[in-house]
Design a protein. Structure first.
Ligand SMILES: Nc1ncnc2c1ncn2[C@@H]1O[C@H](COP(=O)(O)OP(=O)(O)OP(=O)(O)O)[C@@H](O)[C@H]1O
Ligand SMILES: CC(=O)C(=O)O
Length: 621
């Protein structure tokens, strides 16, 4: 098999690179990161206008807060910044006020609820490990037969599962609905904050279900792959393929790769809808295993292009996800930005009051060609290494992974790295050293989340696998901090409107201040989560406590690196919010007097049409 892999890849001409950057600033940035640049082999295209957002602008120059020392290092400085709108700032220039910390009391305003809702597992971790020792990288677990009962799900939630993924390739709707109910019940009863991500099947070409059986193949055996819809048991060594164009697309000499290389066949003959293939790499054929077709060392890109990205089944599943109020929908085999936009407007029309994040799965050649466009319109991305590894040469997957992770961070989209993280733990209680090195590298790359697939869905040791992700993340994050491996100053400007730029500069400056002052945490008071996401993008040294009055936002922020989402009813009165937050966090044992925090907010101000944006540096009283 090793040999076959090498020969399949030896003829590859284009090396996959996903960056279509062309302008000088982008080139400068990319050089800075040591990333591969430039256009290659017609697989990329340039987008000058998008490069606008990459205007390099050092966040070092963005710090708008001037520090004034208060007595005994207490409240230092408050910088408030109005945005362009009516009144004194209508010329569009940001209006800045620097003044001493003062207590603003709004008379006659009912006291907001003192409830502060934080994921109970994170709360325990904060108490046990402290603000510095709490995990930043989020963990996604695929739910399957090995972890679907309420008790098993609870064990996973306690073990650090931030997002539960249900894969619509497997299981029935009733089964998925029950899993969703179980998770929601646990969240409500035990105070967990586990988000739910539904993953669509997509336009995967796959084998039939083999009647639920699996078959061992031998070297040189001839099998028939057919698009005929046969009734009853299939003849011996005959396999149904779900893609009707299959028999027309392949030619003699093509290679048929099962499950990314677990078994390989060579096409030797075609008779109408039947394709006869000789096994060249024997192995186990599993029900509904995916199929890719290779010619001269490259995947045949037309292989499934006749299949829609979102199939009829996917639309039914998406309706199910909307009805079940899932938090994210991951779309498999995304090829273009258009399909993401279409899905987002479909969801918005059917779920106008509740946002569902659309996660683009990057797992095909087409998704790499249109990568930047796809990520710009999506709410996040997933590097689906399993399918990706069946579509591009395996040795190119790590570089693509790193580029997708980096691009998502630049574009402020959460990114998940998925598949085969701890594959050996499906069977064994301990990972291989190579798997630990892979997971550590993913954490070092600054991914938002890592995902378990078979390890949690049908493995022997789902909790142990999750435990490995948790401990490896913690160790690597600690090391990155010690070694100062996260460079917050290298990110590019995202926004092209003044309000957006101000939010961004405030978050950049807050990160810089928190890092320099070695603050214990950054607080962000946010309605929709945008400023929280900008802070997370900067990967500060300290945790980010994101206070939001929306439970929905609280759950979706759970996918973001370093964010501790907390539901809190806050008011427009920043001072009041801070005072109340300090006392609630102290009461819960999560902060102590003297802790230094940097606070930012983007709260709307009802008496002005503008937002109140501010940075404060405070010591917990
Ligand atoms: N709901 C489920 N019911 C039964 N088995 C499941 C379920 N979800 C996952 N599995 C099992 O766990 C394995 C790994 O899960 P995973 O979601 O990664 O599937 P996959 O088939 O590799 O699909 P994808 O390419 O979308 O990741 C599956 O191949 C399947 O055997
Ligand atoms: C997760 C997934 O779909 C993949 O790795 O292909």
């Amino acid at each position: 098999m090793e040999l076959a892999l090498q020969s399949a890849h030896s003829m590859i001409s284009p090396s996959w690179s996903v960056r279509p950057r062309v302008n000088a600033a982008a080139a400068q940035l990319n050089t800075h990161h040591g990333l591969k640049k430039g256009m290659q082999s017609g697989l990329q295209h340039a987008r000058h206008d998008d490069c606008q957002r990459y205007k390099e602008r050092s966040i070092l120059g963005a710090c708008c807060a001037k520090q004034k020392k208060g007595a005994q290092g207490d409240a230092l400085t408050v910088v408030t910044e109005g945005l362009e709108s009516d009144g004194p700032i209508s010329n569009g220039a940001p209006h800045q006020q620097v003044h001493r910390d003062s207590l603003i009391v709004e008379e006659g305003k009912p006291e907001a609820t003192s409830l502060l809702e934080i994921d109970s597992v994170t709360e325990e971790e904060l108490k046990e490990k402290g603000l510095r020792g709490t995990r930043r990288t989020k963990l996604v677990c695929t739910i399957g037969p090995a972890c679907c009962s309420p008790a098993q799900l609870e064990a996973m939630a306690k073990g650090g599962m931030n997002v539960a993924r249900i894969n619509m390739c497997h299981g029935t709707k009733e089964w998925h609905a029950q899993v969703i109910r179980n998770i929601r019940n646990l969240n409500a009863e035990k105070g967990y904050n586990v988000a739910i991500m539904m993953d669509t099947e997509g336009s995967e070409v796959h084998m039939g279900d083999l009647g639920g059986a699996s078959f061992k193949t031998e070297d040189g055996e001839v099998w028939t792959f057919t698009v005929r819809k046969l009734k009853g048991p299939l003849p011996a060594r005959t396999i149904h393929v779900n893609y009707e164009g299959f028999a027309e697309d392949v030619i003699t000499g093509d290679e048929l790769v099962v499950d990314g290389g677990m078994v390989r066949f060579e096409v030797i003959d075609k008779v109408g809808p039947d394709v006869h293939c000789r096994c060249s790499d024997p192995g186990l054929l599993l029900p509904r295993a995916n199929l890719t077709f290779w010619r001269a060392g490259q995947v045949i890109r037309e292989g499934n292009s006749m299949l829609p990205t979102v199939s009829a089944k996917d639309w039914i599943d998406i309706d199910f996800g909307i009805a079940e109020k899932v938090d994210f929908i991951a779309i498999s085999f995304v090829r273009t930005a258009e399909v993401v936009k279409h899905l987002k407007s479909y969801i918005a029309a059917r779920s106008p009051r509740r946002q569902i994040g659309v996660i683009a799965k990057i797992e095909s050649c087409e998704s790499l060609s249109n990568l930047e466009d796809i990520i710009i319109v999506s709410d996040g991305a997933m590097v689906g290494r399993s399918d990706l590894g069946a579509q591009i040469p395996l040795e190119q997957v790590p570089a693509v992974q790193q580029e997708v992770v980096h691009l998502c961070r630049e574009l402020n989209k959460p990114v998940i790295v998925a598949s085969q993280l701890l594959e050996s733990m499906i069977e064994y209680p301990t990972p291989t050293r190579a798997e630990v090195a892979d997971v550590s590298e993913i954490v070092r790359q600054g991914v938002d989340a890592m995902m378990l697939s078979g390890e949690s869905a049908m493995g022997q040791f789902p909790e142990k696998a999750l435990g490995v992700l948790r401990t490896v993340s913690l160790r690597m994050e600690e090391w990155c901090q010690q070694e100062k491996l996260v460079d917050a100053t290298s990110l590019q400007q995202l926004a092209n409107t003044l309000p957006g730029q101000i939010s961004e500069e405030i978050c950049n400056a807050a990160t810089l201040m928190a890092n320099k002052l070695e603050a214990e945490a950054i607080f962000v008071y946010t309605k929709g989560g945008y400023m929280a996401s900008l802070l997370s993008r900067n990967r500060p040294d300290c945790l980010i406590f994101a206070f939001t009055d929306s439970k929905e936002v609280k759950t979706t922020l759970n996918m973001r690196w370093g964010l501790i989402p907390i539901a809190l009813n806050f008011s427009e009165d920043m001072e009041g919010n801070l005072e109340r937050t300090f006392s609630l966090l102290k009461m819960r044992g999560l902060m102590k007097g003297g802790d230094l925090i940097v606070a930012v907010s983007d709260l709307p101000c009802s008496n002005h049409s503008n937002m109140l944006q501010s940075i404060q540096v405070r010591r917990v009283p």
